[in-house]
Design a protein around this ligand. Structure first.
Ligand code: UDP
Ligand code: MG
Length: 320
């Protein structure tokens, strides 16, 4: 099978028939064999009925319509995760269900993966049809940060329209709300040939956006998590141990200085502050305690990782 198209959806019943028809038309024109996997993320409209009827009415032998129906709403990442697991095509395309992404882009995305050798190609909605103030502007800031942190030069990291080599989706794990950073997950897994294609963007025809403004807060926090996981996830002691030891050391030296000065004052009969009321003494003690705690946190994290089932999961590219 050439292509798997994964469509995560939450309450998009009105858009589905038109989306499917459009996909089918493009695929037919280009003679692809394909499957469309609709992942119904706990919709409470009749999206699932629409999907079952699309499947029932499919007569094209080069196409299969598949559906996965969650019992409740888990989020876009969960939907993509299950879609990736189910996909069988050589190239996997993800697209939003709301008709904002155009199926006309699929043939070129397919070509970039199969002929230009990209592992992943991300869409870039250069001209966007969303609210300028609540979406386009924060999105620009967000992408600038993401470029800095991840080192991947994409303009639109979170674009719903993306194409992947099958290998990529089978070897990354999208979790929590990490669908915003799939290129970063891919890069961390060793798939470094990441490309970009300017894609057409359209206005939402039906329904409303499923993500509020809190996407940006969560987005930034998730970016920090990923960065930290990638940098120290396998060796937390390298961070906590170092910072903890440094703090302890500084605190220890400071206590010696405070004590030494007091002893010096005592032995020379000079009037000096009580050690117990000296603010430096308290700061020094605090540094030592915090240092110990950080060190311990790192050590506990190391013990946890030692028991992680994935501690020795390596992606092997080839073996001869
Ligand atoms: N979506 C989903 N589960 C959710 C929220 C969204 O599957 O919990 C789907 C949604 O139906 C759409 C895609 O994710 O197909 C992108 O969502 P949306 O269009 O609301 O995002 P925006 O275009 O506003 O970024
Ligand atoms: Mg949308």
């Amino acid at each position: 099978m050439d292509i798997s198209i994964i469509v995560p959806l939450y309450n998009e019943a009105e858009s589905l028939p038109k989306l499917y028809e459009w996909i089918a038309r493009v695929m037919k024109e280009n003679k692809f064999s394909y499957e469309v996997i609709f992942v119904n993320d706990g919709s409470n409209d009749n999206s699932w009925e629409v999907i079952t009827s699309l499947q029932a009415h499919n007569t094209d032998k080069n196409a299969s319509v598949r559906g996965i129906c969650f019992r409740r709403n888990y989020g876009k990442s969960a939907a993509l995760y299950c879609g990736f697991k189910a996909a069988q095509g050589d190239v996997v395309i993800t697209m939003d269900a709301d008709l904002q992404d155009s199926p006309d882009e699929i043939p070129e995305l397919y070509r970039m993966i199969t002929e230009d050798g990209f592992d992943l190609v991300s869409g870039w909605k250069q001209k966007r049809y969303d609210n300028a103030l609540t979406k386009n502007l924060p999105s620009k800031l967000f992408n600038a940060t993401a470029r800095k942190v991840t080192g991947i030069q994409l303009h639109d990291m979170n674009c719903g329209l993306k194409a992947y080599r099958k290998d990529v989706v089978k070897n990354i794990e999208v979790f929590s709300e990490m669908h915003r950073y799939i290129p970063y997950l891919a890069k961390n897994a060793g798939f470094t040939k990441i490309g970009e294609k300017v894609v057409q963007h359209r206005k939402r025809e039906f329904g409303t956006s499923k993500f509020g403004i809190n996407r940006f807060v969560n987005g930034y926090l998730d970016l920090m998590t990923l960065w930290f996981l990638n940098k120290f996830g396998k060796q937390p002691m390298h961070f906590f141990g170092l910072v903890g030891s440094l703090m302890f050391f500084i605190g220890f030296i400071a206590v010696l200085v405070v004590g030494g000065m007091k002893l010096y004052a005592l032995s020379h009969g000079v009037q000096a502050m009580l050690v117990g009321v000296n603010p430096y003494f308290h700061i020094a003690i605090l540094m030592m305690i915090l240092g110990c705690m950080l060190f311990l946190a790192g050590f506990l994290a190391e013990l946890v990782i030692r028991n992680s089932p994935s501690r020795n999961d390596y992606l092997i590219k080839e073996e001869i």
